[in-house]
Design a protein around this ligand. Structure first.
Ligand code: ZN
Ligand code: ZN
Length: 408
């Protein structure tokens, strides 16, 4: 077996055993881009090897999507296969596992009219909601596993011939997901233990705020009332532990939307709307980014931040050790799953209900400091030059990270 094939097998094995933590007799429902057919067959082989009863895959086809978006009548764009997503939701509630193969061509819909794309996407989001709710409520085990789509590879390595770009992206994926470890399943067990230990520590300490200090950064991020830290393997409602994201490196929680003060500077480029935003900085007063700028890509950034009133406030703060395998690839992946997990980060926009005790909504969510927005933009502010302290209400501080590494 070639080294490449060996790594691919290990990644597929990881997706089934660690990502899904598949139970004997369980059904699997997969979604994948058409180009990933060989990888999906390998995933099915591993799933059956671990006792799957039925593996069903639904393929996405960019060529078909382009045909529809350019040819279908205007009203037709309000349609989406609601029957399919209701069926998926039913299957999840009855115990089927959800396997999403990610990786797509970021330019797949290039040149098509944005209003037609927007209209179709809105209908799609509405129809998909029952299935999405089942996933976000963790009624079943689910995971997202990356696939090195040629279109994605070309975005990451624009100067290379396609074949070489794909090979390089696979190599980076294997590294980032720890598939290169001699025993990747054992490596993930240790990794999850480590993340859970940080989550337990931070939830026990109940800090009032975090203080980030580094070049261009002196930022105090107040934490929401009754905030909860999360990270690593997550239990389903039935108590089965799954890893929703391969890779994942973060522990994260909800900031208080009105208690963020100071200045902060990005430490890695941010891919936004197909462009790179570099040298991003912001100054916060009472939770609001009163000044925002960037050395590159400022226009696209400011446009996104004008979406609504919550877009200039924070909805997430996450801690990531600087010596993680994603950062070690030295790449910008143009994919949030990878890029946000490369460094400690904050996010402009929507906060997660699961980061607040009791998952409050509406007024209860807001009054505890939860931020609301249509956007959620993670940007990286951690590096080996950044220190992080936990602060208590009386100003006492506890060192959490020094030079980007955990000290607890
Ligand atoms: Zn995050
Ligand atoms: Zn985020």
């Amino acid at each position: 077996m070639s080294a490449f094939q060996e790594n691919l097998e290990k990644l597929a094995e990881l997706a089934i055993r660690v990502g899904l933590n598949l139970e004997k007799g369980q059904e699997v429902i997969a979604t994948a881009p058409l180009e990933a057919v060989d990888f999906v067959r390998l995933l099915a082989e591993k799933a059956y090897g671990h006792g799957a009863s039925l593996f069903t895959v639904i393929y996405g086809d960019n060529v078909m999507a382009r045909k529809r978006l350019s040819l279908a009548p205007e009203e037709g764009l309000d349609k989406a296969p609601a029957w399919l997503y209701e069926g998926m939701a039913k299957a999840f509630r009855e115990g089927a596992a959800r396997l999403a193969v990610s990786g797509n061509d970021p330019k797949a819909l290039e040149g098509l009219p944005p209003e037609r794309i927007g209209r179709a996407q809105q209908a799609q989001s509405r129809a998909y909601k029952p299935a999405l709710d089942a996933i976000t409520e963790f009624v079943t085990n689910w995971t997202i596993v990356p696939y090195a789509h040629p279109g994605w590879a070309k975005a990451v390595f624009p100067g290379l011939p396609e074949e070489e770009a794909v090979a390089r992206l696979w190599q980076a994926i294997f590294q980032a997901t720890r598939a290169v470890a001699e025993d990747p399943v054992a490596a993930w067990e240790a990794h999850n233990r480590n993340l859970h230990q940080k989550v337990a520590y931070l939830n026990e300490r109940r800090f009032h705020a975090l203080h980030f200090r580094g070049p261009g950064t002196d930022l105090v991020v107040g934490l929401a009332e009754g905030h909860l830290w999360q990270g690593g393997a997550t239990p389903t409602k039935k108590g089965l532990l799954c890893n929703p994201n391969l890779p994942t490196e973060e522990v994260f929680t909800a900031p208080h939307r009105e208690r963020v003060e100071g200045v902060v500077r990005s430490t890695r480029p941010l891919a936004l709307g197909g462009q790179l935003v570099e040298g991003l900085w912001a100054r916060f007063e009472k939770g609001y980014a009163v000044e925002v700028g960037a050395e590159k890509g400022e226009e696209v950034l400011l446009k996104v931040l004008s979406t609504d009133g919550g877009a200039r406030r924070l909805g997430e703060v996450a801690l990531v050790a600087a010596d993680n395998p994603i950062a070690q690839t030295g790449l910008v992946f143009f994919d949030t799953l990878f890029d946000e997990n490369a460094a400690s980060h904050i996010a402009f926009g929507q906060a997660y209900a699961e980061n607040l005790e009791g998952r409050p909504s509406g007024e209860a969510f807001r009054s505890r400091g939860g931020n609301e927005s249509l956007v959620h933009i993670d940007w990286m502010i951690g590096s080996e030059e950044v220190d992080v302290d936990g602060l208590y209400p009386d100003g006492t501080r506890v060192p959490l990270m020094r030079q980007g590494l955990w000290v607890i």
